[in-house]
Ligand binder design. Structure first.
Ligand SMILES: [Fe+2]
Length: 315
């Protein structure tokens, strides 16, 4: 049977309403983040050897050098400056090694994303990020457009798989519990580089995951040394931009080898909309921003009953 919905894709991949524990669901709903205490042995059994992934990452860092990480906004990457000082990134990973394709369909990010977004989902990006030592705090931020109305739905969910221990030495993640319920974004309330009295630092060992409502205020902390590579698996509502246009970037031979569930979650089937790159490149222009704002207003005020899609995942 052809897969035509997130529910069917998740079913085909063995993701169920019980994939997240009651405590993880409560934490994700209430605080905007949950920790999944997976270990390297879990990932090996799932088909993702963390040693192999770490070695692949280092090989790619070496091979790609300065060009690494910003395929979707190449024009912003110039010699002497990078879109994000203080961190290295890799992107377009599904083309680069099968291990990343397997990680993309890991159960926890899928269950968490469906729970947060409560609508049809699509992978927006799969990236590696590694902070550089002594670069200071990353600003507190959110990973999607700010919400302006209490009834506005959550648009995205980001999940991090740690390839190294994430500790206060290596620049662990900080977040502000319940901040996903605030409207706007951190800079509307505080200096986002500063420590916040209610922030929590999440220290987890290699192999653990963190699933984050993308509207939760978060950021990396100062790293004093040691590596902290993490795979970011980010899903958005299917109606939003895909950060990396998979129809454009995915190699045809990789596309042909995808399972139906993978093709659905990547949005690369023939019947999936083709993202317009002309408008994507201008997504921060006044006109496109206004269009996005208007659509968010409609979602917040006329949106209808979203939870019907995902009832069993959201109760
Ligand atoms: Fe982020």
């Amino acid at each position: 049977m052809a897969i035509t919905s997130t529910m069917e894709a998740l079913g085909a991949l063995g993701v169920t309403p019980d994939t997240l524990s009651p405590g993880q669901k409560e934490s994700l709903d209430k605080d905007g983040l949950c920790v999944i205490e997976t270990e390297p042995a879990f990932w090996r059994e799932f088909g993702v050897d963390l040693d192999e992934m770490a070695k692949t990452i280092d090989d790619l860092f070496e091979r790609e050098g300065f060009n690494a990480g910003w395929e979707h906004i190449k024009e912003a990457q110039k010699v002497g400056s990078t879109p994000e000082a203080g961190a290295r990134r890799l992107s377009n990973l599904i083309n680069k090694h099968p291990i990343f394709r397997r990680a993309m369909v890991a159960p926890f990010p899928l269950a968490a994303s469906y729970r947060v977004i409560k609508d049809e989902i699509r992978l927006t990006s799969l990236q590696i990020r590694e902070p550089e030592p002594n670069a200071g705090n990353q600003a507190l931020h959110i990973d999607w457009r700010p919400r302006h109305w209490p009834t506005a739905p959550f648009g995205a969910c980001a999940s991090f798989l740690y390839l190294d221990d994430s500790s206060r030495e290596t620049g662990a993640l900080r977040f502000v519990p319940r901040s996903h319920l605030k409207l706007g974004q951190p800079e509307d309330y505080c200096d986002p580089y500063e420590e916040q009295p209610d922030q929590v630092v999440i220290e987890v060992p290699r192999g653990a995951m963190v699933c984050l409502n993308a509207h939760t205020w978060h950021g990396g902390t100062h790293s004093s040394g040691g590596r902290r590579r993490a795979l970011f698996i980010t899903y958005r509502n299917r109606r939003h931009w895909q950060q990396l246009n998979q129809k454009k970037f995915l190699d045809p031979n990789v596309k042909d080898s995808l399972s139906e569930a993978e093709a659905y979650l990547l949005g690369v089937r023939n019947q999936d909309a083709t993202q317009n790159e002309f408008f994507y490149r201008r997504r921060n222009s006044r006109y496109i921003r206004f269009f996005s704002f208007a659509r968010d207003w409609v979602d917040a005020h006329v949106g209808g009953e979203r939870t019907t899609h995902a009832n069993s995942f959201t109760e």
